[in-house]
Design a protein around this ligand. Sequence first.
Ligand code: SF4
Length: 694
Amino acid sequence: VIQIGQPEHSKVTTCAYCGVGCSFKAEMRGEELVRMVPYKDGKANRGHSCVKGRFAYGYSTHKDRILNPMIREKITDPWREVSWDEAYKYVANEFRRLQYQYGRNSVGGITSSRCTNEETYLVQKLVRAGFGNNNVDTCARVCHSPTGYGLKTTFGTSAGTQDFDSVEHTDVVMVIGANPTDGHPVFASRLKKRLRKGAKLIVVDPRRIDLVRSPHVSAAQHLQLRPGTNVAVVTSLAHVVVTEGLFDEKFIRERCDWEEFQDWAAFVSSPEHSPEAIEELTGVDPQTLREAARLFATGGNGAIYYGLGVTEHSQGSTTVMAIANLAMATGNIGRKGVGVNPLRGQNNVQGSCDMGSFPHELPGYRHVSDESTRDIFDKLWGVKIQDEPGLRIPNMLDAAVDGTFKGIYIQGEDILQSDPDTKHVAAGLEAMECVVVHDLFLNETANYAHVFLPGSTFLEKDGTFTNAERRINRVRKVMSPLNGYADWEVTQNLAKAMGLNWNYTHPSQVMDEIAMTTPSFAGVSYELLEKEGSVQWPCNEKAPLGTPIMHIDGFARGKGKFIRTEYVATDERTGPRFPLLLTTGRILSQYNVGAQTRRTDNVMWHEEDRLEIHAHDAENRGIRDGDWVKISSRSGETTLRALITDRVSPGVVYTTFHHPTTQANVITTDFSDWATNCPEYKVTAVQVGASNGP
Ligand code: SF4
């Protein structure tokens, strides 16, 4: 039930669901949110919205929210409500004790892509200045860390190249491993509008997503590849471009290293990369692949949009680099209508990465080994930052099991549900002596916590989110935090309890510090955001009003870098015991593990996760539509209802992962991207059989 009443006042803020970053007018009556109205001047959405941003805010006042800090010495003890001061003192004492007993590197922190830039900056500052190590990581580890690695290596900047407006100038759109209709609905609407005006579409996806065939648009080509073969397919597209002489020599000579290109061209030209040679491996019809490559190279402005179907693989970073190679080879970088565009999942994935949440990078993607960068922070913070990278989330968990990592501060992230190999995550958390969960609800990770610090929603705080197009949008406080404190205040109070002299009175001062220390944010201030509505980084002396399109005159790294992208099969193989490949995705009405959407009072949010299976595979197993089925893998098993569909090919099954009972991560593997440890969620060998239900 959506309650509508007459608003008394309103503020413009930013949706906290996905990386599109839609602006909304939050209309209030006193402290009550009456409705969210899509804001027509929002530069990312121009008055459009989807159901989540518009209606799914009921979770913010849900009875499940925890409003008082809680402590328990052992995870088997009952929770005990305590004052904020007692909670801060307890955490500070515990973390100091652990560091005294087990060493400086025995504790760490995790930032959240759901929190603001300012909050993320403060968590990494707490770890680096307070804990004195680089053991900070972000939940982007499990989604877009390969984007950061791949685009930094090839272009020099860990971010998408275009603004969303750019799609209006595109002639050929290639969508790889993304389902914008469900995952990024407002961007999908803009994309469909362009397609209706005549732009052509190529879809590279194991599943027939809505864009392939829907009432008003259809794809010119659908490369329905086997999960896990992205690198082979994208390299083969490059093979056709190079061997048929369709590359943009002028662009490459001017903007890239010609010798490097020649070396790469020789690599992709090898017959083993031809569409015919990879057909058996990928399942993609060679002629369809050739037509797609020709269309992309010769059809005018070509833009690539991709999602987690690219990154969440053992070769996630390699695929990102293969995509960058293809864009450079066809001259599709540095102007409107082209580019390489990761569609970010959570509202602030881009921002959490920008703000130095990785254990090897300080804010602005500068390596911790870089002395001149460390100097900036050392002087400002009065500390000595370590020059060695810290631990990533999986390494923290490994070290916990080994007995050397003992305490963690987790802000806004449910690692037990969202990280791979649930049993290992649980074992790591159980082995720690002080797990601090800072969140809205008692999530699954909180089952292993010793301290719970109540979190605040996006409606209860000021700050900024950075969307998929690098747009820094203001988040405005429209109601008082139910728990008394915004998340940035909680982190600050924790820092003070640990002896740090922090005195921010408003997140704008944190942004001023970000601008002072981080060149790509040098021109950003709340005054500018107030005046312009939003800006896209880099925003500095060279670009005082921001940068909608990157790499116009040259790549951020100088010359664009072509990388050889050798296909390496994942270690996850099908066989007689596990003959099917499971891949995963989202539905429009739910969001990630559903912590918010499942707590919003509207029946449409409660759609269950189903296992999509092809009729051929279902019939072989005696499964009918709607039957309960057991899905088992080498890691574990779970139970879902079957949905018989031709959206997936025989041999491939698919599910969403929005409900805790689905337990998708109980069955996924612990394989991960070779460069970033991003988990391989998109390929799991499974068996499916009849079941009586959970
Ligand atoms: Fe929110 Fe994304 Fe929907 Fe926009 S498209 S309203 S940002 S969930």
